[in-house]
Write a protein that binds this ligand. Structure first.
Ligand SMILES: *Cc1c(COP(=O)(O)O)cnc(C)c1O
Length: 489
């Protein structure tokens, strides 16, 4: 049954709330403050609830079906995280509360810093950045300050492989450096010869994602790190893909000087509309004094009778603050909960299953789709969404058709070095039946592409909204569910 628009069922005088009786002298509402032109619907409680539940079901979500969107990892937001973040002691804490009155929150942040540092093999962590991209910005500013402090002022370049996420070159440019693009070799790794050719004393550092955006672990990572260090540059690791490494590989031990974590990718905090994000940075010895602040420190050790005393601290040569207060604290609570629930072995299992699931799908699909860099992958892999014998079909058509099978599309057209890229990331939370159902759907779609291409070109057919004209939608943005009223122009 299609739900009627909430405006169409409005009845004058109907009301969804019953307010308590007034216990103060009654005063009329100031009429000039009420916006008559809003024309709000008058509906009952049940009508309004049905309206919003109905709207929520228009969207695909992890609670409705499989969500193999690549490069984003976390679709799974454990409900217990929400319970913990809503504990009144956390949720109602004022950010200006003095340290003594916020010891529980500071202890949680200190513990999270410590765990994140341990997971990635770093000396120290700051939880301040509000997103992965802001963590990148913090990291590159730290590298900049490190060189400038030593009077090393001719370093103006940061090297970035051509498989990088767009935020990497954007970060580098915003921090005042020039981004130098490095080609990838035929295995999807950084081209070592090209790297060696550009490494000199004008290089401030290199930014690299491990495993890279093709889902591949750099085969020569130690040589890459050494080459850049030998010319005096520092190594930045984009940690968006830590789901493939946690508990198994520590970037700090590979020689990286700084890395950001995306708590909304690797540590189960909400991603996208459910945000906000959180992008802590971890650093090796050299960059500890430059961390963005504040960081939480242990001011006094605990004793048998007394817990330790924690306080906020601005590192001595800090690049400064990135946002108000202490980062997105609610996200720290959720990530802390996730790590604590999983523990040491659980964290390793997450990575093992994420990598196993991606490789399972890769091998199951390799005879049906072309996989350009087809080797053992991390938590995700990239295939080409087109077929030589069905030239009209593009990655977008395959993605739209997947929606008819109740599956969220993979990431489309990224990374840029694979034509018609479909980037698939199943994550550790999916079982074999779900993965097999995805493989079945992908195979059926490949057959449909040859037998009935129009079925793909006009997909999706079963969703509340069918294929939209994306160009027109962007140019004539209409956010109302009714014709735009005159007053809104
Ligand atoms: C998501 C992502 C980023 C940016 O992180 P945000 O938290 O979205 O700002 C950077 N690099 C890679 C490889 C990513 O996947």
């Amino acid at each position: 049954m299609t739900e009627p628009l909430i405006y169409d069922i409005s009845v004058p005088g109907r009301c969804g709330v019953s307010l308590p009786g007034v216990d103060v002298p009654e005063t009329p509402l100031p009429t000039e403050l009420l916006r008559k032109e809003l024309d709000l619907p008058e509906v009952s409680e049940m009508q309004v609830i049905r309206h919003f539940v109905h709207l929520s079901q228009f969207n695909h979500s992890i609670d409705k079906g499989f969500y193999p969107l690549g490069s984003c990892t976390m679709k799974y937001n454990p409900k217990i995280n929400e319970d913990m973040a809503r504990l009144p002691g956390f949720a109602h804490l004022h950010p200006l509360q003095d340290d003594e009155g916020a010891q529980g929150a500071l202890a949680l942040m200190f513990q999270l810093q410590t765990w994140l540092a341990e997971i990635a093999g770093f000396k120290a962590v700051s939880l301040a950045p509000a997103a992965g991209a802001q963590g990148e910005f913090a990291g590159i500013l730290m590298i900049r300050k490190y060189h400038l402090d030593r009077g090393d002022t001719q370093r103006t370049k940061i090297l970035i492989p051509n498989s990088a996420h767009g935020t990497n070159p954007a970060t580098v440019t915003m921090a005042g450096f020039t981004a130098v693009e490095l080609p990838s070799d035929e295995n999807g790794d950084v081209d070592l010869q090209a790297l060696k050719a550009v490494c000199d004393d004008t290089v401030a550092g290199m930014m690299i994602t491990v495993p890279n955006t093709l889902g591949l672990f750099e085969s020569h990572i130690l040589e890459v790190v050494k080459t850049v260090h030998d010319c005096g540059g520092l190594m930045y690791m984009d940690g968006a893909n830590m789901n493939a490494l946690m508990g198994v590989v520590k970037p700090g031990e590979l020689g990286f000087d700084v890395m950001h974590y995306n708590l909304h990718k690797t540590f189960s905090t909400p991603h996208g509309g459910g945000g906000p994000g959180s992008g802590p940075v971890g650093v090796g010895e050299k960059l500890v004094p430059y961390l963005p602040g504040p960081v939480v420190v242990m001011v006094e050790d605990g004793t048998d009778d007394e817990p330790p005393l924690y306080g906020l601290h601005m590192p001595e040569k800090s690049i400064g603050r990135l946002k108000a207060f202490h980062g997105n604290f609610g996200m720290h609570v959720r990530a802390y909960t996730y790590i604590r629930i999983n523990g040491d072995e659980g964290i390793k299992d997450i990575t093992r299953y994420a990598v196993l699931n991606a490789n399972y799908l890769r091998v199951k699909l390799q005879d049906t789709y072309h996989i350009p860099y087809n080797r053992y992958c991390g938590h995700e892999f990239v295939l080409e969404g087109h077929f030589g014998d069905a030239p009209d079909i593009h990655a977008l058509d395959i993605s739209k058709r997947l929606m008819d099978y109740g599956i969220h599309p993979p990431t489309n057209y990224f990374p840029l070095i694979v034509p018609e890229a479909l980037m698939i990331e199943p994550t550790e939370t999916e079982d074999k039946q779900t993965l097999d159902a995805f493989v079945d759907a992908m195979k059926k779609i490949a057959a449909e592409a040859r037998e009935n291409p129009d079925l793909l070109k006009s997909a999706p057919h079963t969703t509340p909204v069918s294929r939209v004209d994306e160009v027109r939608a962007a140019k004539q943005l209409v956010l109302c569910c009714r014709p735009i009223p005159e007053w809104a122009g």
